[in-house]
Design a protein around this ligand. Structure first.
Ligand code: BGC
Length: 756
C-alpha cells in the first residue's frame, strides 16, 4: 500500500477517526480503502490479550499465556541475551495471536522503592534500563511485531498518576530519566512509543511538543507512532500538534469530532492529521505485511523457558558458611504460603492469565524428607500463633528451614505506591521464629521492589527471586539445590531504611507538584556520594563459585573526547562450579567543576565460565560514557581531566581500576565580564599576561591591610589567596585606590574576550 496515496484518499472524518482506537485494543479500520484494524496488547513480560470484556487495569481475564519474569527480575539478570530470548518468545506469541504491538518495555527509572510499579520497571540506573530495553525490543521486533516503549516520560510514581506534574531540571532529565528511552530509540527503534499520564514541567506528556517532536523525532530520530497511555489525553488538538498520533483507547468519538472541527475552522493544520495517519498506517503495514499466524506458540516449551530465565534472574544476597546450595536428600522444612502459591507477577495492566503455575512445593513435594508448614495466611498481615508454632516445630525437626516470604499482591501494584518497605508482620515474625528454632534458615523472597530485612542477621542465606514468572517455583528449586548457580545482580540499591532514599523528602509531591529535587543523585549515585551504608548495593549478588579479575588494560592512557577507549579485563572462575559473572564497568570523574556522582555504570557483560576457565571481556567507551549534560551548551560535555575506569563486582566492590586522561575538544564558552572573578580568570593561561599586573596590585592592597597592626594574626596566606580569588574584576575600582578606572576595565574585558 502506498501510504501517502492512501491517506490522500481518506476523508477528514476517516483520518480523524484513525487517530483514536476502535476499542480498548484496536486501531480503526477503513473498509472503503481496504485498511484493516490492528491489535495492540499489554505485556511486557507476557502477552495479555483480551478477547472481550476489555480493561486496562488487569481486572478481566485475558487469554492464557506464559508469564515470564517481570522487569524487576529480568533486569537483575544483567543478561542481554536473556532479555532478547524473552522478547523473541513474546514476539512469537504475538504473531500467533495476531497482535501487532506489545505494550512494553516499561523503562521508567526507580526513583524510589515505593513506586507501585517498580516491579515492571528495570532499574534505578539509566544505562542498565536502556540496555535491557534494547535487548527486549530487538527480541520482540525480530519476530516482526512492534513494541511500545513506555511510559514516556518521568512516570516514576503511581500516586496521582494521571494528574501529577514531574518537575525536573534539564540535566536530571538528560542524565537520569531520558537515557533509557534515548538508547532504545536510537539503537533498537521501537515501532511505537507510549507517552505517560503525567505532566512534565507543567505540560502533559501527551501534548508536550518538546518531548514528542523536538526530542523524540528530531533529536533521536524516532520514526514510528506515538500512542497515549490509556486515557491520558487532555487536549486532543494540542496533542496532535505536539506529535501524539494515536489516542488510546478512544473518546467515544468526541475527540475525533474536535479534530474535524479544528481543521475546518483553520485551527489545526490538516497536514499534521495526515502525518499522524501516515505514521500509524506505516507501522500497521509493517506488521500486516509480515504477519505469520502459523507461527507456533508452544506453551510447554515456553514454560520451560520461563523456568530457565527465572533461575538466571535470581540474586543470592547472603550465603553464610556456604549453606547453599542444599544437598538433595537433606531434610528440609519448606515454610510459608508462598511456597505453594508463589507471588510471581505484579498487579495491573501487565497481569498475565498464566497458562500454568509451578510452585516450589509442586516440585519438592515429590522429594523424600521434605515437609511443609504454611507459616502465615497470605491475606492476613497479623501473625497467627497456631501457624507460627507449627512452622517452628517443622523447622526444629528439619536439617534446614527454607522460608518463602515477600510482599503479597496488595502491598505493591500498578495504581498506587507503597508507604513503607516492610513485609507483613506475620512474615517477619515467622522468619524470626523459624530462625530461632533452626540456625540453618534460608529465606526466599518474592517481591517486586526492595524491602527492609530486620531479621537479616539471624538467617544464614537469602535468595531474592523477585517476581519470577509462572515457573518461578521450579527455578527456585533449581537454584536452592545447585542445578543452577545464581548469577543475578541487584538492579537497584536496597537501602537500610526508607528515609535513606534520596527522593524521600519529596517523593509523592505536594498535591500534583512532584519536584525531583534530588536531581541526578538517584539510587547508588546518592548512597555513594553520601558514603552511606546500604543493606545491599546496586550491582550486588553472590555466586556458588568465585571469580578473580586480572590484567585490566586500556588501549590508551590519554585520549580526546572524540576517540574511543578500549578496555579489557580477564575474569577467571576460581571455584569448582560452572557459573556466570557480571563484569561491571563504572566511570569515576576524578576532577570536575560539574558536580558528579562518585561513579556511574557505563558497561557490563555477563560471562559464563567453567571451573578454571579465563575469559577476556572487552568494553568500548565513547564520549558519552565520560560526559555529563551541560546546561549551558545544552549538550553532552566532557571536561578535560583524569577519569577512573573501575571494574567492579558491584557498585561498592571495585576490584581493579586504571586512569585515563581525556582531553575535551569542546570548551564551554565563558565570556569575561566585569563580574568575572580573579580565580576563574587566573585559571585561563591566555589571560595571564593581562592578569598579572592586576593581581600584583590586588596583592599589594590586601597585604597592606593584612600587615596593619593586629590584623596579621587573623589573616593567613590561604585566606588572602581566597579573598582575592573570589573578587570580581569590578572591585579593582574599590581596591586599587583609583589606579584602575572604569573605562580601563571595560577595555580590559573587551581585550580578554577578543584573545584567540
Ligand atoms: C497502563 C499502561 C498499559 C495501558 C493499557 C495503563 O493503565 O499505564 O502501562 O499499557 O493501561 O492496559
Amino acid at each position: 500500500m502506498d501510504i501517502k496515496a492512501t491517506v490522500a484518499q481518506m476523508t477528514l472524518e476517516e483520518k480523524a477517526g484513525l487517530l483514536s482506537g476502535l476499542d480498548f485494543w484496536h486501531t480503526k479500520p477503513v473498509p472503503r480503502l481496504g485498511i484493516p484494524s490492528c491489535m495492540v496488547s499489554d505485556g511486557p513480560h507476557g502477552l495479555r490479550k483480551q478477547d472481550e470484556d476489555a480493561d486496562h487495569v488487569g481486572i478481566n481475564d485475558a487469554i492464557k499465556a506464559i508469564c515470564f519474569p517481570a522487569g524487576c527480575a529480568t533486569a537483575a539478570s544483567f543478561d542481554r541475551a536473556l532479555l532478547a530470548t524473552l522478547g523473541e518468545a513474546l514476539g512469537q506469541a504475538c504473531q500467533h495471536e495476531g497482535v501487532s504491538v506489545v505494550l512494553g518495555p516499561a523503562v521508567n527509572i526507580k526513583r524510589s522503592p515505593l513506586c507501585g510499579r517498580n516491579f515492571e520497571y528495570f532499574s534505578e540506573d539509566p544505562y542498565l534500563a536502556g540496555e535491557a530495553a534494547v535487548s527486549l525490543i530487538e527480541g520482540v521486533q525480530s519476530q516482526n511485531v512492534g513494541t511500545s516503549i513506555k511510559h514516556f516520560a518521568l512516570n516514576s510514581q503511581e500516586h496521582r498518576r494521571m494528574s501529577s506534574d514531574s518537575v525536573a531540571d534539564e540535566r536530571t532529565l538528560r542524565e537520569i530519566y531520558l537515557p533509557a528511552f534515548e538508547t532504545a530509540i536510537k539503537r533498537a527503534m521501537p515501532w511505537t512509543v507510549m507517552c505517560s499520564y503525567n505532566l512534565i514541567n507543567g505540560t502533559y506528556a501527551c501534548q508536550n511538543h518538546w518531548l514528542l517532536t523536538q526530542l523524540l523525532r528530531k533529536e533521536w530520530g524516532f520514526d514510528g507512532y506515538v500512542m497515549s497511555d490509556w486515557g491520558a489525553v487532555d487536549d486532543r488538538i494540542a496533542s496532535v500538534e505536539a506529535g501524539l498520533d494515536l489516542e488510546m483507547p478512544a473518546s467515544g468519538g468526541e475527540n475525533d469530532r474536535r479534530i474535524i472541527k479544528a481543521v475546518q475552522q483553520g485551527k489545526l493544520d490538516e497536514r499534521l492529521v495526515d502525518l499522524c495517519c501516515e505514521r500509524i498506517l506505516t507501522v500497521n503495514q509493517r506488521f500486516l505485511e509480515n504477519q505469520k499466524p502459523e507461527t507456533p506458540w508452544d506453551q510447554e516449551a515456553q514454560h520451560a523457558l520461563a523456568r530457565k530465565l527465572a533461575a538466571d534472574c535470581m540474586v543470592l544476597l547472603k550465603n553464610e558458611d556456604g549453606l547453599l546450595p542444599l544437598t538433595r536428600g537433606a531434610k528440609v522444612a519448606v515454610i510459608g504460603a508462598f511456597a505453594k502459591q508463589p507471588r510471581y507477577q505484579g498487579g495491573g495492566s501487565s497481569h498475565i492469565n498464566s497458562a500454568q503455575i509451578t510452585s516450589a512445593w509442586d516440585v519438592l513435594s515429590a522429594w523424600p524428607h521434605i515437609t511443609y508448614a504454611q507459616g502465615y495466611d497470605i491475606d492476613n498481615d497479623a501473625p497467627d500463633e497456631r501457624l507460627l508454632a507449627e512452622a517452628e516445630a517443622a523447622a526444629r525437626a528439619a536439617e534446614v528451614a527454607v522460608v518463602f516470604a515477600g510482599l503479597p499482591d496488595r502491598f505493591e501494584s500498578e495504581g498506587y505506591d507503597r508507604t513503607h518497605l516492610s513485609m507483613p508482620a506475620a512474615q517477619e515474625a515467622l522468619i524470626e521464629r523459624v530462625a530461632a528454632a533452626n540456625p540453618l534458615t534460608v529465606v526466599v523472597l518474592h517481591n517486586g521492589s526492595p524491602i527492609v530485612m530486620p531479621w537479616l542477621p539471624r538467617v544464614k542465606a537469602v535468595l531474592e527471586a523477585y517476581l519470577g514468572g509462572q515457573a518461578v517455583g521450579g527455578a527456585t528449586v533449581d537454584v536452592l539445590f545447585g542445578d543452577v548457580n545464581p548469577s543475578g545482580r541487584l538492579p537497584e540499591s536496597f537501602p537500610r531504611k526508607l528515609s535513606d532514599n534520596p527522593s524521600y523528602p519529596w517523593y509523592g509531591g505536594e498535591g500534583d507538584v512532584v519536584e525531583y529535587r534530588e536531581g541526578i543523585f538517584v539510587g547508588y549515585r546518592w548512597y555513594d556520594k553520601k558514603e552511606m551504608t546500604v543493606l545491599f548495593p546496586f550491582g550486588y549478588g553472590l555466586s556458588y563459585t568465585q571469580f578473580a579479575y586480572a590484567n585490566l588494560r586500556l588501549n590508551q592512557t590519554e585520549m580526546t573526547d572524540t576517540q574511543t577507549l578500549k578496555v579489557t579485563v580477564e575474569v577467571t572462575n576460581k571455584g569448582t562450579r560452572y557459573g556466570k559473572e557480571v563484569v561491571q564497568l563504572y566511570i569515576a570523574d576524578r576532577e570536575s567543576t560539574a558536580i558528579r556522582p562518585v561513579r556511574e555504570l557505563k558497561g557490563f557483560e555477563k560471562v559464563a565460565l567453567v571451573p578454571g576457565e579465563t575469559k577476556t571481556v572487552t568494553f568500548t567507551l565513547d564520549k558519552r560514557a565520560f560526559a555529563y549534560w551541560n546546561e549551558q551548551l545544552h549538550d553532552w560535555h566532557v571536561e578535560s581531566g583524569a577519569f577512573g575506569i573501575q571494574i567492579g563486582r558491584s557498585s561498592r566492590d571495585i576490584v581493579l581500576e586504571a586512569d585515563v586522561m581525556v582531553n575535551a575538544t569542546v570548551q564551554v564558552p565563558k565570556p569575561v565580564t566585569l563580574n568575572s572573578i580573579f580565580m576563574d580568570l587566573l585559571a585561563v593561561p591566555k589571560y595571564a599576561q593581562e592578569m598579572q599586573p592586576l593581581m600584583a596590585m590586588m596583592q599589594e592592597t590586601f597585604s597592606t591591610h593584612a600587615n596593619e597592626e593586629g590584623v596579621d594574626a587573623a589573616v593567613s596566606g590561604d585566606m588572602l589567596q581566597a579573598m582575592i580569588g573570589y573578587t570580581p574584576l569590578r572591585t579593582l575600582l574599590s581596591f586599587t585606590n583609583g589606579r584602575v578606572g572604569y573605562d580601563q576595565l571595560v577595555a580590559l574585558v573587551e581585550r580578554l574576550n577578543a584573545l584567540p
